[in-house]
Design a protein around this ligand. Structure first.
Ligand code: SAH
Length: 227
């Protein structure tokens, strides 16, 4: 019976038709045209079944370049933005310890996991933590620790981090997250109101923090507390 379960899981991961590796390859071609150049990132995206992260009814749209609902009023991020943020996060070289705020269904986590040593991911909605854990377990990604918490607190026991990636937009950068950056570390975070947000790339230096504004983005709001 275990074997039958394994076979079913493998078939689901592999996908077919609109969820096959050919559809994923087309998505990767599109990402190249949109300006993504890091081959390592593109390879991981080509090998990661985005369809297992969305509800069955939406599977056939899982390789379109759009955010899709994952329940609880939340979305799986658009492939372009996942690719872009991953590429920028890795720009300065290898990362050993990454903090992710806003695990959601775990797609961004699954793209980062093969490219860094260890990810600490925080999500405020309990059923999404479970969903992400299940998805990454199915994909045999083991270098991830999960926390059900308000990401505004970061993960103090594990700080400092050499990379921080945030998937929900606060009105201002949380001070606590700045404090949990290592010197030389990078944080990518969308900042702004519901309708107007900019993606910030913040670098911590010996002297303080440098901030570069990258592009206009659209994320769900950063909420406080746990659900
Ligand atoms: N990374 C996901 C995107 C999920 S959407 C992906 O790859 O698709 C953003 C997520 O951030 C939601 O699940 C939402 O619940 C979560 N979130 C919002 N504010 C948060 C906070 N303060 N702490 C932790 N998670 C938060």
């Amino acid at each position: 019976m275990v074997i039958a379960g394994e076979a079913r899981l493998n078939a689901r991961i592999q996908g077919r038709g609109m969820t096959s590796s050919r559809t994923r390859a087309r998505m990767v071609d599109r990402l190249r045209k949109q300006g993504i150049t890091d081959e390592k990132v593109l390879e991981v995206i080509a090998n990661t079944p985005r369809h297992i992260f969305v509800d069955d009814a939406l599977e056939s749209r899982s390789y379109d370049d759009m955010a899709l609902p994952i329940g609880h009023n939340q979305t799986i991020s658009q492939p372009y933005i996942v690719a872009k943020m991953t590429e920028i996060l890795l720009e300065n070289g290898h990362l050993s310890k990454v903090l992710e705020i806003g695990t959601g269904c775990g797609y961004q986590t699954a793209i980062l996991a093969p490219l860094v040593d260890k990810i600490y991911t925080v999500e405020r909605i309990a059923p999404l933590v479970k969903k992400a854990k299940d998805n990454l377990w199915d994909l045999k990604l083991k270098n991830v620790s999960y926390l059900h918490s308000d990401g505004g607190w970061g993960w103090p026991e594990q700080a400092p981090f050499d990379g921080i990636i945030v998937a929900a937009a606060p009105e201002e950068v949380p001070e606590t997250l700045l404090q949990q950056m290592a010197v030389g570390g990078v944080m990518l975070i969308p900042v702004g109101s519901k309708n107007q947000q900019q993606l910030y790339k913040i670098t911590r230096t010996e002297k303080g923090y440098e901030n570069e504004i990258l592009e206009a983005v659209s994320f769900v709001p950063f909420l406080s507390g746990r659900d």
